[in-house]
Design a protein around this ligand. Structure first.
Ligand SMILES: [Zn+2]
Ligand SMILES: [Zn+2]
Length: 319
């Protein structure tokens, strides 16, 4: 049995969906909601409606580290002693390991320097990344799950690694029931953002998040399922067409980014502001969107990038 519980969040995305899986002898919660009193109350009420208390939870599975999905984890583990499952990359993020955090902060500083953000824009963008910490407790992963693993206690659900929206993103696939638990990998009404993230290991090459996301979308597109339970909004049906549309939308935007560079904008910040003049308050989001497309255009040989004293300048490659 699968039960959906809608949890309020203080974020523009609106409520987050968490899911209770009732196995034969196992109760697993998929994601938690943010760390707010309202979220905790909504979760308790949602569980109560199906005869479950927080204390009864055996396991918690995290789809990815974002605060609307993991914020309450610390409280819930304290109350229930539940075992926590997630991708191996999730642990240092939710444990907020100091060395990892330092490398992460350095990464964003370097990224924003390369893109040409002003000091004020840098502060705004970094602030947006760190503001969310207020809504997330510090917690730990007990068991790492990887592609192909079965969720203990619910063997029908198989782990599918779906990076892109986040590098640690997991989905679950039930091939017999033709169902998926999608987290934020695919959402019905909005296209998920492929947030720019540092490499998991400091010093590794920066992951090309949009390209990684497209690949994971195609993987999920080929799977045979009829209903998808998403982290936000309604259930998804007809996923092949929806994913085809999402991929096509990205191709259209790619053409727009290329056009913007051709019009003479060369730095990341110039291109971002020209592309998204109406969304300046969501700076980290629009930067992620732009950088994802710039990476993709460079990989396809349509753009080249020059290092101008630490500032990256993009130019169209003319055939
Ligand atoms: Zn997310
Ligand atoms: Zn989310």
């Amino acid at each position: 049995m699968l039960h959906k519980i809608s949890i309020p969040t203080p974020f523009p995305v609106g409520p987050v969906n968490v899911y209770l899986l009732k196995g034969k002898d196992c109760l697993t919660l998929v994601d938690t909601g943010p760390k707010t009193v309202e979220a905790q109350e909504a979760l308790e009420a949602g569980l109560r409606a199906v005869g479950v208390r927080v204390e009864d939870l055996d396991q918690i599975l995290l789809t990815h580290y974002h605060c609307d999905h993991v914020g309450l984890l610390e409280n819930l583990v304290e109350q229930s002693g539940a075992k926590v499952y997630a991708h191996p990359f999730t642990e240092p993020l939710i444990a907020r390991e100091p060395a990892f955090e330092a490398a992460r902060s350095e990464f964003y500083q370097g990224l924003y320097r390369g893109l040409g953000l002003t000091e004020a824009q840098k502060q705004q963008a970094i602030g947006q990344i760190y503001d969310y910490l207020e809504y997330v407790g510090v917690a730990h992963v007990d068991v790492a799950l990887r592609e192909g693993d079965r969720l203990p206690g619910h063997e029908e659900w198989q782990v599918v690694y779906t990076p892109g929206h986040a590098l640690d993103h997991l989905s679950l696939y039930d091939a017999v029931g033709k169902r998926m638990l999608l987290g934020d990998h695919v959402i019905k009404k909005i296209s998920s953002n492929a947030f720019i993230e540092p490499p998991h290991r400091a010093g590794d090459e920066r992951p090309r998040m949009l390209m990684i996301y497209r690949e994971a979308l195609r993987k999920v597109q080929t799977l045979d399922w009829e209903i998808g339970y998403a982290g936000h909004g309604e259930e998804i049906t007809g996923h092949r067409d929806l994913i085809t549309k999402r991929l096509a939308d990205m191709e259209r935007r790619q053409a727009n980014v290329l056009e913007t560079v051709r019009s003479g904008k060369t730095t990341g910040v110039e291109i971002t502001l020209a592309m998204f003049p109406r969304h300046l308050e969501q700076l980290t989001l629009i930067i992620s969107e732009t950088v994802g497309h710039l990476d993709w255009l460079v990989a396809e040989g349509k753009l080249r990038v020059e290092d101008d004293n630490g500032l990256w300048r993009y130019f169209a490659v003319e055939e």
